[in-house]
Design a protein around this ligand. Sequence first.
Ligand SMILES: [Zn+2]
Length: 276
Amino acid sequence: MNQPLWGIDLGGTKIEGVILESIDNPTPLVRTRVDTEAPKGYDHIIGQIARLVANMEEQSGMKPTAVGIGTPGVLDPTLQTMKNCNTVALNGKPLQKDLEKNLQLRIELANDANCFALAETHWGVVKTSAPNAKMVFGVIMGTGVGGGIVIDGKIWSGRHGIGGEWGHNFLDESGGPCYCGKSGCVETVISGPGTERYYEKLTGQRLKLKEIVSRHKEGSDPAATKTIERLCHFFGKGISVITNLLDPDVLVIGGGVGNIDALYTEGPGPAGEVHF
Ligand SMILES: [Zn+2]
């Protein structure tokens, strides 16, 4: 396996590609990205992935034998079509088959949160900080909320491929309707957009999460502080279900919302009497 590894992260906004030197030395040789432009539809997304692979070939002077792609949602193991993607244009589509046809390459798909959990286990923070961990739960909190379970170094994807997908567990009605057809899902409450919506409800002003966090840090905006306190409260509440069910050795958080310090200090604390 000591050959370069080609990987792509298919996000809702960006598609990022990386070529790693080898599995033993995962140094990036090339890293490049294109916009997803998801509103333009499924065929356009396929075209953007093809463009990205062409860019990677040009920058590296190499050709891949296979490409691994981390996707939102999952390829249904029986139907071989995508499901549970917050980039909804992918749902119901045979993404693996269509990409193999378009790129004339072997393509492997996996849920992005599963990829994240596995990468942190073998190459990232788990390896350096908790190398004896038997179970790792990886959480992605960004535009959406996903999760992946690693047991003894391997992904547990489950019978339907949805193992660890806690983003559509019910959390709180205040999250409102979700694209999945339900309401109050974890994702609607503690994702980046869910958090920005709550701040907007308090103030009438739509701010980026980064700005809300910096106002909270400055202590200059009580609505920003309430928003971050709510995020920590519901993060703790949402993750408690995972903890009680799996009791993982390590919980590792990624994604834009995962960069908020308060999650690590306030998130695990006692909830007490709070009302949001
Ligand atoms: Zn949902």
